[in-house]
Design a protein around this ligand. Sequence first.
Ligand code: FAD
Length: 344
Amino acid sequence: MTVPDPSSFKQSTRVEKGAGGLIAIDHRVGSHGLAQRCQPHLAIESIPLPNTDCLIKPQVSLAGFTSYRVGGPAEWFVTPRTLDDLRASLAWAQGEGLPFMMLGAGSNLLVSDRGLPGLIICTRYLRHTQFDHHTGQLIAAAGEPMPRLAQQAAERGWQGLEWAVGIPGTVGGAVVMNAGAHTACTADILATTQVLTTDGSLQTLLPSNLDYRYRTSALQGDASRLVTQATFQLQPGAEPALVIATTRAHQERRHATQPYHLPSCGSVFRNPKPHTAGWFIQQTGLKGYQIGDAQVSQLHANFIVNCGNATANDVFQLMRYIQAQVEQHWQVRLEPEVKILGQF
Ligand SMILES: Cc1cc2nc3c(=O)[nH]c(=O)nc-3n(C[C@H](O)[C@H](O)[C@H](O)COP(=O)(O)OP(=O)(O)OC[C@H]3O[C@@H](n4cnc5c(N)ncnc54)[C@H](O)[C@@H]3O)c2cc1C
């Protein structure tokens, strides 16, 4: 995906807060086609989102919101806490003619060092869970962390989410990515998902509407449907100690075989056939190979880890190098599982 460099209009962007909290905006459409608010000489300010407690913040570094700990600034950034906040955030971006994107835990993203244009809507404060003992269903808002849900389900003796304990993403990210592990995946337990559409209405979708396949769904790359919550069908009634033990075993196995001690995005490439991506990378002799501070993990070859001061560009260049080397040795083209966002 190629996007304009937001830094090119960073210096001249400004908004004013007018009387009664209204925003006085000097619109100009810049050379990149994005609506810009241009008033030289003055600092960029946050914008109170009308009828909410949210602020739309300018130039927020995304390195603090991605598990790689790399990436440049979002042109605009908001953290809605309620469905109404989310609706208002979406309406604001639409009103300004800005692109928008949902960011969950940022655990499957490689964001360009040059940042991203438009409004980044961070869902991690959209929190709510409800365990329905009559139906065995767990209803969880988009920002709920999957590991926490796995722990909560286990403590109740509810089976079905044990596999999710080591996946450091949100419900929204899991529904969109069809996150999975230990031979299970999100689509297996998803009863319904609720989405907010660009006209501000809510829709309830069945998994059969969403073309679920290995680590993908029809919601990927679909900016017109924002996941607000999911309902998972679980199996209550087991002995909590048993479910806790299985959940813990999954977690321990992952910590023994994957580099959780360093920033990463988990598996970088989708698994091809007949071997895993990690197998191809390891057999090509790339474990430990490093560009800048980005390194092919010694523990798991399909992980690229940030050894401290990696840039997004280091990670990107290393991905390209791995792809080229594996293709040369095995005639297999590895496809990224991580979402690459912005200009590289
Ligand atoms: C150490 C580690 C281990 C991992 N292990 C696994 C694993 O075993 N299995 C696995 O599948 N993944 C794994 N991952 C990858 C990652 O955790 C999953 O892909 C996860 O589902 C991403 O969720 P997220 O909330 O971080 O989404 P993000 O990375 O923030 O976003 C991913 C995509 O989903 C979209 N999105 C996010 N929320 C919403 C929403 N509410 N509405 C619409 N779109 C949305 C984003 O726009 C983006 O396109 C691992 C990552 C790490 C760092």
